[in-house]
Design a protein around this ligand. Sequence first.
Ligand code: AMP
Length: 533
Amino acid sequence: MLGGMQDWPLRIMRILDHAAREHGTRELVSLYADGTVTRTDWAGIQRDSRKLAAALERLGVRPGDRVATLAMNHSRHVVAWYGTIGMGGIIHTINPRLFDDQLAYIANHAEDRILFYDRAFAPLVERLKPRWTTIEKFICFDPAPGEPGFENLIDEEAGDYQWREGDEREPAMLCYTSGTTGDPKGVLYEHRSTVLQAMTLTSGDLFELTARAVVLPVVPMFHAAAWGLPFATAIAGGKMVFSADYNPSVMCDLMRAEKVSHTAGVPTVWLALIAHVEATDGDLASLRVVHIGGAAAPRSMIEWFRDRGIRVGHAWGMTEMSPLGTCGAPLGNWDELDDGAQLDYLCRQGRVPFGVELRTVDDAGAVLPRDGKASGRLQARGPWVLRQYFQDERGPVIDAEGWFDTGDVAILHADGVMQITDRSKDVIKSGGEWISSIELENAAVGCPGVAEAAAVAVAHPKWDERPLLLVVRKPGAQIGAEEILAHLADHVAKWWLPDEIVFVDSLPHTATGKLLKTALREQYRDYRLRTAA
Ligand code: AMP
């Protein structure tokens, strides 16, 4: 027997229709790389998406075909998402910061047919054209004056296109993971998974999005769908602000001018922004909520925002989870906690919303207790968690009960709070015990004079592995190893202290702005610690 309610498939285009109908005049402001600012609104996005959907059909794109973007954040990119999805296509966001080999592999593996790109990436497009075997048409979002591009394409259409309907489990979006090992892997999001997560993101315990919110996703639209913000903000009816320019001074000016209240991005971006605000004695004006995720947020960073009355949501997720897994929203007893205890809580990765289940297991697969002590492999399941990679001959990568192994190592606390201690590949195993590279790095970044730090495992004859800490000093800082060790000794167990500290000019980052541990491990694999002599 079925219930008495209507069948209303959870399709992404219903999100845009809602935003256009109920919040049609709420703005989307875009700052392009050449300094141009454009303004549209949710009704305009709907109109242009209908035009684009019709234009794609005219170009011969069929439902299920992949349409790629190689672009930063702006409203034309948003139209490319909704327009492609609206005609049944799959929008494939490519990360332009990847290496040529990865860029060639990804577009060919996805069998992309059309590529929309920013003019800033034109040299990259020209370089890769001979290697891309399936792309038939290249369309520039922001061509040089007089050149044809995105606007010409959609201007030829009337804007009365009717969205293609279908099953809510149909695919809508494709994102490849950064791929620290082997070839990048595609994660194919569905209409339902995207809508469910976007609805969840608007809740108070998560991104706290309302119709009053002014949202600037610092996280790029090619990094796990900008963490769902272009969908969730449309549901809430908020205003969106985009910047294709990551210069902290440009970003800060834009935030002030457009009264940005909500933003989200990886820690590396905030390091630069904080340095700029401090150097210019500036402020972040109307900013109320900042979400930090993609890598562990250092305590000193969380403190910095809190001191300025800005709520920090420390979020954990991954491309394979659409990407949201957990977020550090206050627990019921929040007001009873003192400042230090609240900070301790925020330094962890938070707890799950309805729709995500987590557990930790040991190496033999036995489920570990939620006791705040046992550390093990973190597994997840839920309607927006990966079942199988795109066109991957291995088939489903989940166990019989639906658990997906995240590759992270974590501790679950009795109150449900999750604490990432490492990527399974990054843990430092000293005398059979695990040292958390993340905790070492975050403690080091809290030391005055330290701009960035990375902890890597180096082979040791007695202990198997011991930590080596690589440190980038802040400009002009004179800090030495002794001072950093003294600082660390107040924050981590004595046996966790790095055997050596090496000062470097810079550290390598992945295409999404995280520390590139694989490169560091490779570079320091044969490093001989003095303690190993
Ligand atoms: P990606 O799919 O590129 O976003 O990478 C996902 C991975 O980033 C996760 O599996 C974690 O290892 C790491 N990560 C994401 N958020 C956090 C966080 N808040 N703290 C620590 N690691 C994180």
